[in-house]
Write a protein that binds this ligand. Structure first.
Ligand code: SF4
Length: 384
């Protein structure tokens, strides 16, 4: 099994499917862009490698101890990563027991029946008599990923169905996202095999078009977020710049409808500007020119070069050690983690109150009820 970071990547990857299915020319445009690895991506790779080894340990398989040690000693390893990867491994093994199935990890899939030159690796598949269960681990905490009609997981499910359907009589598919840094509980969505196969039929022509680089660019806050072409893509720039030339209608004020339309149009704007700034700085530092701009040293703050020696010197000089530290209480979430959920609830649950969330603007498609709807629900109940 190749190490996670050295794996080959398909042009039309399952993980990028939400992008190339919406913006079909994006995959070919990305080919011209340089690969950038971020710390978040490296952390994700390390966490996935730990997940793989921990599921194997829980299944009682022999693992290479020195490989495991190497991962635990990686400078990016943290206690939080240890807890998250334990949770994932326990979830996979326990769910497999409940479903009378086997957790098969890091399954390589042939996706060519749906996607030209398509292949991929799914974190975990549980196969049981009637159910095909796909489990995907996400260590990132930037975007809360939903399993509902998740194209990445549905593509994995199509590949896994092709692989195992001659041995099992599947009736339904479960798709689970384990994203422990954002959600304490894994999130699962279920559909029938027929729904999955219907998705596969819809996928085929889109994938064929994307493979050729055809179709229309579809810039949006979501499609461009992780696109490698997002810094220099002209379609994204055109879309964002077009919002600056609004038609003058009512002479002095905007209507509420217009404000809604503008907010929807400019959703990607702040991120686009930040991407342009990051790209321009990178270009300048690489010795290239950006018209009208230069890179300078920003504000810096002082840090100890040797904190231990500095503190020893201060204490020797007469300052008491206790005066050099402050005691800060742990957050409620950290104390809950320390005690465990049950003990926390029975011991101090009565001292916890939940304040009302600050009103936040979101799209009407958001599944949370609006504050006005909740208010009118209570008013109606009171009237009855
Ligand atoms: S940046 Fe956005 S519009 Fe441009 S190719 Fe990528 S996803 Fe499509």
């Amino acid at each position: 099994m190749p190490e996670h970071e050295n794996r080959a990547h398909a042009l039309l990857s399952a993980s990028g499917s939400h992008r190339w299915m919406a913006c079909t020319p994006s995959a070919r445009l990305e080919e011209c862009c340089e690969n950038r690895t971020s710390d978040a991506a490296k952390e994700g790779t390390l966490a996935h490698e730990l997940c793989e080894i921990k599921v194997a340990i829980l299944r009682g398989e022999e693992v290479n101890e020195s490989d495991y040690e190497k991962l635990l000693n990686d400078p990016m390893y943290t206690e939080e990563m240890g807890v998250c990867t334990n949770n994932y491994a326990e979830f996979c093994v326990e769910t497999a027991k409940e479903e009378n199935g086997l957790p098969i990890i890091e399954v390589e899939l042939d996706l060519t029946a749906y996607i030209p030159e398509g292949f991929g690796t799914v974190d975990c598949v549980i196969v049981s008599e009637k159910t095909l269960h796909i489990i995907d681990f996400k260590y990132g905490q930037g975007v809360d990923v939903s399993p509902v009609e998740n194209s990445q997981l549905m593509i994995y499910a199509l590949g896994a169905y092709d692989l195992y359907s001659s041995f099992y009589d599947f009736e339904n598919v479960k798709l689970t996202i384990v994203q422990p840094r954002l959600s304490a509980e894994p999130k699962t969505w279920e559909c029938s095999i027929q729904d999955l196969l219907d998705f596969g039929e819809r996928l085929k022509p889109v994938a064929a078009l994307a493979f050729k680089g055809g179709g229309e660019f579809a810039p949006s806050e979501h499609t461009c977020l992780f696109c490698k072409a997002k810094y220099t893509c002209r379609a994204r720039a055109d879309k964002n710049l077009s919002t600056m030339f609004l038609q003058e209608k009512d002479p002095y004020t905007l209507s509420n409808d217009e404000i809604g339309e503008i907010l929807a149009k400019v959703a990607d704007f702040p991120k686009w500007i930040k991407d342009l700034e990051d790209y321009a700085l990178e270009q300048l530092l690489a010795g290239n020119e950006i018209k009208g701009y230069k890179a300078v040293e920003g504000r810096s703050s002082r840090v100890w070069s040797d904190e231990k020696k500095a503190f020893e010197t201060i204490i020797k000089d007469g300052t008491e050690e206790k005066d050099l530290y402050e005691t800060v209480p742990l957050s409620l979430a950290k104390i809950e983690k320390l005690l465990g959920k049950k003990k926390f609830a029975s011991l101090v649950g009565g001292y916890v109150t939940k304040s009302q969330g600050k009103p936040t603007l979101t799209l009407s498609s958001d599944i949370r009820p609006s504050i006005q709807d909740v208010k009118s629900m209570f008013t109606e109940e009171g009237e009855n």
